[in-house]
Design a protein around this ligand. Structure first.
Ligand SMILES: [Zn+2]
Length: 497
């Protein structure tokens, strides 16, 4: 069941895209939004629950102060106004992973509103206006057992885990994003990427899209080119990677144009994104006035953050990640491409710390984006989760700089560090990795190589210096790699010229 699509360029010839992005951020508070249950990821099912987050009769919720603090800091970082007074509201709906049969959220009184974020795409800046950022709680998780797809269809039975029910969420909602044209997919991706960077810098969430701690819903509609009349929108739910945000926008633009072009109407509905096939499929119909029968939560007092507290929190905001990146790029002298690779690999912080420990920017980049990125890839980790610290990398590079290690030996030091054999110096000592700087031993090895390769030696005597590579290789082999190749080359040429 695949939809007809219109080529992207043809979509743009006839329509202007309008987007709206709703991003859910799961906060990293130690306890849940309205109770003291722990929030740790991966615990045995239904071990982190209590009467409040299970919605048992008579249980009374209490607001998590840290979650309010995180919400305000997110709002301030997004240039929002912070409400002087706001309330929680009950959003009523029935779903098995929602044990209270309502979600405690905010409705017409969000804690943060009217902000913006400037998004950079290829040197062009798009201002994305933020409608609101409000506090709410996460749902539990359903597990459908026995079917082939893991979906409820075809399953024998379903299990529910309420450990996640009640974990604090912040939902950040943009105003319609207009005027992006052909860059709509890239703007959507860049917005979510910059928002994630901001969340990381604020340290209010794990910000792991792959684990669902940041989830994006992508609203899209098309309006006839130049008309300014917004079309009917669809909402693609739970898009869980940056690449998928971009692809989902592109796909929905092409699908909308095909539907409209055939004279049909776009159905206002939620859609499911399929990562594997890169398509969306129909979810449920949704009307604007869907009746959740919101009403103010009677069991919670209003939240009225004092202006003093808000200003105190404003003082804790980190440097804006986009500005910080520009500053570091200038300080380090990285090209745009080098900087993009650094950020893409999640290596910005470790490279900054390695440089702070005394390594040159290019050497720090070489290790973290080369050898260490390769090992991280093999293990499915991010570079900052490797068992190697910026201080270790700085020490290894210092040993290279002082001539005690070459790159090959340095890689063997990393083998030792990954095997848990101690500090770089301990690995060098235990494995006997230091370069042999004993001139006598080097000289003997060079003599041996010359004697074993008389024809190569003759070539060098005849002035074919390029042939020295073969002798250097032979010497390095005899020295088990523990020689300075530059010094070996000098010795060869001294002896043969
Ligand atoms: Zn609880």
């Amino acid at each position: 069941m695949s939809d007809t699509l219109i080529a992207f360029d043809d979509v743009l010839a006839s329509y202007d895209p309008a987007m709206g992005l709703e991003v859910h951020v799961e906060l990293n508070t130690l306890t849940k939004m309205f109770c003291g249950c722990p929030t740790e990821f991966g615990a045995a099912p239904n071990t982190q629950v209590c009467p409040t987050c299970l919605g048992l009769p008579g249980a009374m919720p209490v607001v998590n102060r840290k979650a309010v603090e995180s919400a305000i800091r997110i709002g301030l970082a997004l240039n929002c106004d912070i409400a002087e007074w706001c309330r929680f509201a009950r959003k009523n709906y029935f779903y098995p992973d929602m044990p209270k049969n309502f979600q405690t959220s905010q409705y017409d009184e969000p804690i943060c509103f009217d902000g913006y974020m400037d998004v950079d795409v290829d040197g062009e800046t798009f201002r994305v206006e933020i409608e609101r950022a409000h506090m709410e709680e996460d749902t539990g998780k359903s597990l459908h057992v026995g079917g082939a797809t893991g979906r409820i269809h075809g399953a024998d039975h379903s299990l529910v885990d309420y450990n996640r029910a009640g974990i604090p969420l912040i939902e950040i909602v943009t105003k319609p994003i207009l005027g992006t044209g052909a860059k709509a997919p890239e703007v959507a991706r860049a917005y979510v990427a910059q928002l994630r960077d901001l969340i990381v810098a604020l340290d209010v969430s794990d910000a792991r899209m792959d684990q669902g701690s940041i989830r994006a819903d992508v609203n899209l509609s098309l309006s006839p080119k130049g008309s300014g009349v917004l079309g009917t929108r669809t909402e693609t739910k739970n898009v869980n990677s940056l690449r998928s945000v971009e692809r989902a926008v592109r796909y929905e633009m092409s699908r909308h144009a095909a539907v409209l072009g055939s004279g049909q109407k776009i159905l206002q509905e939620t859609r499911h994104w399929h990562e594997d096939t890169g398509v969306t499929t129909s979810g449920r119909e949704k009307s604007d006035a869907e009746d959740y029968r919101y009403f103010p939560e009677p069991d919670l007092v209003p939240v009225a953050p004092s202006r003093e507290w808000v200003e105190e929190l404003r003082g804790t905001l980190p440097e804006n990640p986009t500005a910080r990146r520009a500053r570091l790029q200038a300080e380090w002298g990285f090209s745009d491409l080098e900087m993009r690779d650094t950020v893409g690999a999640g290596a910005l912080n470790v490279i900054e710390q390695t440089i702070a420990a005394g390594t040159s920017p290019q050497a720090a980049r070489k290790w973290w984006l080369g050898e260490l990125a390769r090992r991280a890839n093999e293990q499915g980790l991010l570079v900052d989760a490797l068992p190697v610290t910026p201080a270790d990398v700085a020490r290894v590079q210092a040993l290279v700089d002082e001539g005690s290690l070459n790159d090959k030996l340095a890689r063997q030091v990393f083998d030792g560090l990954f095997a848990g054999e101690g500090t770089p110096d301990e690995v060098v000592a235990a494995r006997g990795l230091a370069i042999v700087s004993d001139e006598g031993a080097l000289s003997t090895a060079v003599d041996n190589a010359i004697a074993a390769n008389p024809d190569v030696a003759d070539k060098i005597r005849d002035g074919k210096v390029a042939a020295a590579g073969a002798l250097i290789g032979a010497v390095m082999k005899e020295m088990r790699g523990q020689a300075d190749a530059g010094r070996v080359r000098e010795l060869i040429l001294e002896k043969l010229q």
